[in-house]
Design a binder for this molecule. Structure first.
Ligand SMILES: NC(=O)c1ccc[n+]([C@@H]2O[C@H](COP(=O)([O-])OP(=O)(O)OC[C@H]3O[C@@H](n4cnc5c(N)ncnc54)[C@H](OP(=O)(O)O)[C@@H]3O)[C@@H](O)[C@H]2O)c1
Length: 282
């Protein structure tokens, strides 16, 4: 089966291609210079000529705060772009796995979000990704929608890199402690995505590393593992205003993974250790 990965220059897409090649799979990566997902003609041409039987759709507009000022662009890429991918996958009979986000939920309460809970996004990025999910559901009868969160990988900017960079110039860092979720290492995630796309176990999934924490706890663990002496000060979201509203509760149920026989990802602290080793190995 030939697998085509969109957003292959990005944080996740890069590792999906790397892991696929490591496993000896027939996998190719494309990004905006090969196929702008906003252009349906281009999407049709590239998907057709690639002879792909499956698409892992990682391409997206991911600047969550900037999206509040650039809503049109965000919708063009995350909603219309995904609509193009879904429609052409239907036309060419290609299996689709769409990467979505915890931001499709409103972040209220403290229970883990179930895979079939009501979507109620609270910011522009979340709304556009949610429209992407709706397009996949509209055009295809069988598909994978995989919601992920708090992603870190070698080929991108992420919270771990931000913390380590801040530590170069600061002795103390304030980090929000009232947003709870689970970090996700792109390498672990990629392995599961590749297993999933080769299966027939379609549906909605949540995939993150196991265990939950606040961003504050995440930062403390980053500095502990990186052996950096930095004071981390817990603060409320109200003390750290951002352009886009953030969900407080991003706990995600993994029941669907269990039901379909997929193995959950390792604990996030273990994933962080392997990630820091990977970054330091350069
Ligand atoms: N990062 C997270 O914490 C997180 C959390 C939840 C869900 N997700 C989802 O996970 C997926 C991967 O995220 P990521 O962190 O790997 O994002 P990323 O690093 O921003 O990668 C996205 C890639 O898509 C490309 N792209 C943008 N517009 C495009 C277009 N019109 N046509 C084709 N490609 C285009 C980007 O190119 P440019 O860089 O040139 O724009 C980039 O290479 C996304 O669907 C995202 O919504 C991410």
């Amino acid at each position: 089966m030939r697998i085509l990965v969109t957003g292959a220059n990005g944080q996740l897409g890069h590792d999906v291609v790397v892991q696929g090649k490591k496993q000896g799979l027939d996998i190719i990566g494309v990004d905006i210079e090969d196929m702008d997902i906003r252009d349906d003609k281009q999407v049709q041409k590239v998907l057709k000529s690639s002879n792909a039987q499956a698409v892992i759709h990682c391409a997206a507009y991911t600047a969550v705060d900037a999206a509040e000022d650039n809503a049109e662009l965000c919708y063009q890429i995350n909603s219309e772009g995904t609509k193009n991918i879904a429609r052409i996958c239907k036309e060419l009979n290609i299996k689709l796995l769409y990467i979505s986000t915890d931001y499709v939920f409103n972040g209220e309460g403290s229970d883990p979000w179930q895979e079939d809970d009501l979507r109620d996004p609270i910011n522009t990025y979340g709304k556009a990704k949610c429209e992407g999910e709706l397009a996949v559901e509209k055009y295809l009868n069988q598909y994978f929608i995989v919601r992920i969160a708090w992603v870190f990988g070698k080929n991108g900017t992420n919270f771990v890199k931000t913390m380590l960079n801040l530590a170069k110039t600061k002795d103390s860092i304030s980090v929000v402690s009232d947003q709870i979720g689970s970090p996700t290492y792109t390498v672990d995630l990629s392995v599961l995505l590749l297993e999933m796309i080769q299966s027939e176990h379609y549906g909605h999934y949540h995939v993150t590393n196991e265990g939950i924490c606040s961003w504050y706890e995440f930062a403390v663990e980053i500095f502990r593992q990186a052996k950096q002496e930095v004071e981390v000060i817990p603060i409320d979201s109200s003390q750290f205003p951002t352009k886009a509203k953030r969900p407080h509760n991003s706990r995600m149920s993994k029941v669907k993974l269990d039901k379909q026989g997929f193995k959950r990802l390792p604990d996030w602290k273990d994933a962080l250790k392997r990630y820091l080793d990977e970054c330091l190995s350069d």
